[in-house]
Design a binder for this molecule. Structure first.
Ligand code: NAP
Ligand code: SF4
Length: 710
């Protein structure tokens, strides 16, 4: 098997990132590990072809070492009933197609063995103790000594089966609060037998597993361990314990230490978009100085420059990226070829990956819906390339144009405003969502590379493009040329050549509720605020507490671009050498304004937000002292402020401004009469504004590009 990458020589931009490294028996072609990400294709044999295609695509894109999603060593270790497991020869033999697919692209792949312990969502769960986790309704059975022995044997069996399946090694999951972490931490291990009672004895289970696995699999098999550097829970491990554990793991046979941060139940965010990039790399560097095996950094690494800095500064030997590999499988190739500006950046939204995992759905990626659907959506040249006009350059229009142009269609975009991005551009203005700008950078650059003309400041209508039948393009071009003297048709385009299809993606307009006084000067629509066209005073009411209302409340109370130091302070993240688990007391920043956030529903505010990010937003609102109101009726708006009725009582909230965040309506103003024409395709918010989200819009766009290519 060749471990080098085909194609031109590496650029010098990321010399350390792209240099090979020896990890145990393996020579890895570069320093990029694709971290474990459960996709939902691990459980059923029938899904293994999809898993193979997904992993093979990441191998093809240049990653050196891939880690599979977690596989339980036995039924008790399941995450969910019927969860993924590596426990029989039949299971192992089925995985041959996965390992062969990865190896055919010169990468290595290891199977992650994950025992969920008290994080399992089923009645058979076992752990060091019976302490119930806050993230599952099931209480764990306490493991007896013979249960521990059975568990060790199950790990050994899984490791041997992984070898039989053609994996290059295993990763033993020892962080994020799963079973081994539960044995390691005082918080969850109150035993007094040989598996608890002192820090040293709490380490016995992972050490014994590593020792026995190594003895069985031999030296030609990578043994990787994911160690928790900072548990972020009270009574978590101390730094002294972590260092001791790392040393003992290496002595017991570990070749490579991958690092993890934070238990799933931690109330400090570790992976959402507001967490600064590479926030925990300093700890990795501290561990690296104490061991003589390669150490891998993880968490919020999504950029080759950030990765290179971590490696070149000696903080780590490798970098692990999981979600970034969903967002762009070609991360390594693009970094190598001097095309880093074409990397589709993971914006850490979690909307199509981790939120799907927690909803028991298959994983994909909001900014790259091809992820997990490689067999159906990987771009192939169009059977009959078409001329396509796109009306509207929000993410739906941009994603369609990119996906269609890659397939060989001749695409042009017409955008009424003077910038691309639509609602996404507004999202990037929210403190903690600065990463969202990267999606627009990605699409803009890709369209440039693909030669897709983007006509800004042009309100083209579907009627213009449609009414003149065979001469539609001509009509549109003349219309545009009339309003913009600088407009020139793309060189490849004959002016008389008609558009075969029109993709209508004009997006949404804010819904304006019928409240007496809604025209008052103090009222600001959310897009006016977030675009900077208007500013708010010191006391503000926000009407509507959906995703945008919550975002706006944060916009009004917090400064953007929080530094790592400010973030650590605000969340009470301290050095684990100072406090076990590295949790301290949060010191919230002083809010910029007094904000009142209201909704008509009786349900708690923020209930509809994503599973993995909603709690972070709710915590931010609390820290900013935002006043929340549910079950409200809006009576009127006047010079005194916002008049409401709540719990049967009338009340006035005295504010300088009222921000309207009451949802959106589809913008069909440029659609005209041609909506029934099969050559006109309405996508994104223009199609469905209810429950509008970028995930659906981008997915719909990419699916349409695939459909028009058949
Ligand atoms: P939304 O989630 O539909 O929320 C609209 C809010 O306005 C609701 O609180 C609704 O609740 C209220 N409302 C609706 N019609 C009203 C009316 N006529 N009068 C008064 N209040 C009314 O819409 P959004 O906040 O604009 O967000 C749009 C989409 O963007 C979301 O669905 C989400 O997918 C996405 N998004 C998500 C996030 C996130 O996850 N963090 C952030 C931003 C955007 P009541 O009827 O109870 O008052
Ligand atoms: Fe990253 Fe969001 Fe894609 Fe998940 S869905 S991989 S967090 S961009």
């Amino acid at each position: 098997m060749s471990t080098s990458m085909p194609g031109p020589a590496p650029t010098t931009d990321y010399p350390t990132l792209l240099s090979p490294i020896q990890a145990g028996p393996l020579t890895l072609r570069n320093r990029v590990m694709m971290g474990s990400m459960h996709t939902g294709f691990e459980e059923r044999t029938r899904d293994l072809p999809k898993l193979a295609a997904y992993l093979a695509r990441r191998a093809e894109g240049g990653a050196a070492l891939l880690v599979t999603g977690g596989y339980a060593p036995n039924v008790e270790g399941w995450l969910l009933p019927g969860g993924s497991m590596m426990a029989s020869k039949r299971m192992a033999d089925n995985h041959r197609r996965v390992t062969d697919a990865v190896h055919s692209h010169g990468a290595h792949v290891v199977l992650q063995i994950l025992h969920a312990g008290r994080y399992g969502y089923h009645p058979f769960i076992r752990s060091a103790d019976t302490t119930q986790s806050p993230i599952t309704p099931f209480k764990a059975h306490r493991m007896y000594g013979f249960d521990v022995e059975r568990t060790i044997r199950a790990y050994v069996r899984s490791a041997k089966l992984a070898k039989r399946a053609g994996y290059d090694g295993i990763e033993i999951m020892g962080s994020e609060g799963y079973l081994l972490n539960q044995f390691l931490a005082r918080a969850t291990n109150h035993r007094t037998d040989e598996w608890g009672g002192s820090a040293r004895r709490r380490m016995s289970l992972p050490i014994e597993i590593v020792r026995r696995v190594r003895a069985e699999v031999g030296d030609d098999f990578l043994l990787q361990y994911r160690i928790s550097l900072q548990d972020l829970v009270a009574d978590g491990q101390t730094w002294e314990e972590t260092e001791e554990l790392a040393g003992r793991l290496v002595d017991a046979g570990v070749d490579l230490l991958n690092t993890g941060i934070g238990w799933h139940e931690a109330r400090v965010p570790t992976i959402v978009t507001s967490v600064p990039r590479a926030a925990f790399a300093e700890l990795t560097g501290r561990l690296k100085a104490t061991v003589d095996v390669p150490v891998c950094a993880s968490n919020r690494i999504n950029d080759p420059g950030v990765a290179e800095n971590i490696l070149a500064s000696g903080q780590a030997d490798m970098v692990s990226m999981a979600r970034q590999m969903l967002a762009d499988p070609d991360f390594v190739l693009k970094a190598r070829d001097g095309r880093a500006d074409e990397i589709n950046t993971c914006i850490a939204c979690n909307q199509a990956c981790l939120d799907h995992t927690f909803a028991n759905k298959k994983v994909s990626c909001m900014v790259n819906p091809v992820a997990g659907r490689e067999l159906e959506l990987t771009p192939r040249p169009a059977v009959t390339p078409k001329r396509v006009a796109v009306i509207g350059a929000g993410v739906a229009g941009l994603a369609f144009a990119e996906a269609a142009a890659v397939r060989g269609h001749d695409v042009e975009i017409f955008e009424a405003s003077d910038a691309v991005g639509g609602q996404f551009r507004l999202a990037a203005a929210i403190p903690g969502k600065e990463e969202y700008a990267n999606t627009l950078r990605y699409f803009t650059r890709r369209l440039e590379v693909l030669g897709v003309p983007v006509h800004l400041g042009h309100r083209a209508t579907a009627d213009q493009l449609h009414d003149a039948g065979g001469d539609t393009a001509d009509v549109a071009k003349r219309d545009v040329a009339d309003t913009d003297p600088s407009f020139a048709p793309s060189p490849a385009d004959e002016v008389t050549k008609p558009f075969d299809h029109i993709v209508y993606s004009a997006g949404v307009v804010p819904r304006v509720p019928e409240i007496p006084g809604i025209d008052h000067d103090s009222v600001i629509l959310y897009d006016e605020l977030l675009s900077g066209r208007r500013t708010a005073g010191q006391r503000v009411a926000v009407i509507g507490a959906g995703g945008i209302g919550v975002d706006v409340a944060e916009y009004l109370t917090r400064e953007p671009n929080q530094t790592l130091e400010e973030w650590r302070k605000a969340w009470g993240v301290v050095d684990p050498a100072e406090a076990p688990g590295g949790v301290g007391t949060p010191v919230p920043e002083k809010p910029l304004r007094e904000v009142h956030l209201l909704q008509r529903k009786e349900t708690p505010i923020g209930k509809g937000l994503g599973k993995t990010s909603g709690w972070v937003h709710r915590a931010e609102l609390k820290k900013a002292g935002v006043h929340k109101y549910v079950g409200v009726a809006y009576d009127r708006i006047d010079d005194d402020g916002l008049h409401i009725t709540i719990d049967g009582e009338q009340k006035v909230i005295e504010v300088d401004n009222i921000i309207v965040c009451t949802g959106q309506e589809s913008d069909r103003s440029s659609l005209g009469a041609g909506a029934e024409d099969p050559r006109i395709h309405v996508i994104g918010g223009a199609d469905v504004a209810a429950e509008l989200d970028a995930k659906r819009a981008i997915r719909q766009a990419v699916e349409l590009a695939a459909e028009l290519s058949r």
